[in-house]
Design a protein around this ligand. Structure first.
Ligand code: OFO
Length: 195
């Protein structure tokens, strides 16, 4: 019985490997690279959240824990797309996580830098799809294009708070509070748009 199941499974796997598909190997590779980036974002924000919590920046920690979950959701979106298109989504190995930060401002400057890098990577991916006329994947990636526009703006607004409010006196306390407000406003906006 076990042999029958194994044979059946092997037949299915062979069929899966040989089934025709429109997704090219190059696109699959690039999508897997993007999985690594989204997984890296999730891990980086989790590490930032932990540092903020440890330092007593409770609101920023909450914002970053939420953001880490969101990035994991982005990674899973790519997993399902690749597998549904006949490819194989690969769990990325994530290393080189930054655990310590010089200040709260540094956390959000790193976030902004990271979001800009992700936007550039998504744009590269879209441009590749356009060149090879893979409009199906390009259409799927449009969601990420829009998401990056919002996330880059959100990170920029967070960094701006430091100059706007100033860090002296109750400044840092206020910034910490306002950062969570920014996050909540963005989440409400996403919910309105059904994202
Ligand atoms: Fe995945 O949205 Fe930003 O990085």
């Amino acid at each position: 019985m076990l042999i029958f199941h194994l044979n059946q499974r092997m037949t299915m796997e062979t069929q899966r490997v040989t089934a025709k598909r429109s997704l090219t190997e190059a696109t699959e590779r690039l999508l897997n690279k993007q999985i690594m980036m989204e997984g890296g974002s999730s891990a980086a924000y989790l590490s930032m959240a932990s540092w903020c919590e440890m330092m007593g920046y409770e609101n920023s920690a909450q914002f970053l824990y939420m953001h880490s979950e969101e990035e994991r959701m982005h990674m899973l979106k790519l997993f399902h797309y690749i597998n549904d298109a006949g490819g194989h989504a690969l769990q990325p190995e994530i290393t080189d996580i930054k655990h310590n930060f010089g200040s709260l401002k540094e956390v959000f400057e790193d976030t902004l830098e990271h979001e800009i890098a992700v936007t550039n990577a998504i744009n590269e991916l879209v441009s590749h799809c356009y060149e090879i006329k893979d409009f199906t994947t390009m259409n799927f990636l449009n969601w990420f294009v829009e998401e990056q526009r919002e996330e880059e703006t959100l990170a920029r607004r967070a960094v701006e708070l430091f100059d706007l409010i100033g860090e002296d006196g109750v400044g840092l306390w206020t910034i910490d509070k306002e950062i969570l407000n920014l996050g909540k406003a963005a989440a409400a906006n996403d919910a309105d748009q059904g994202a």
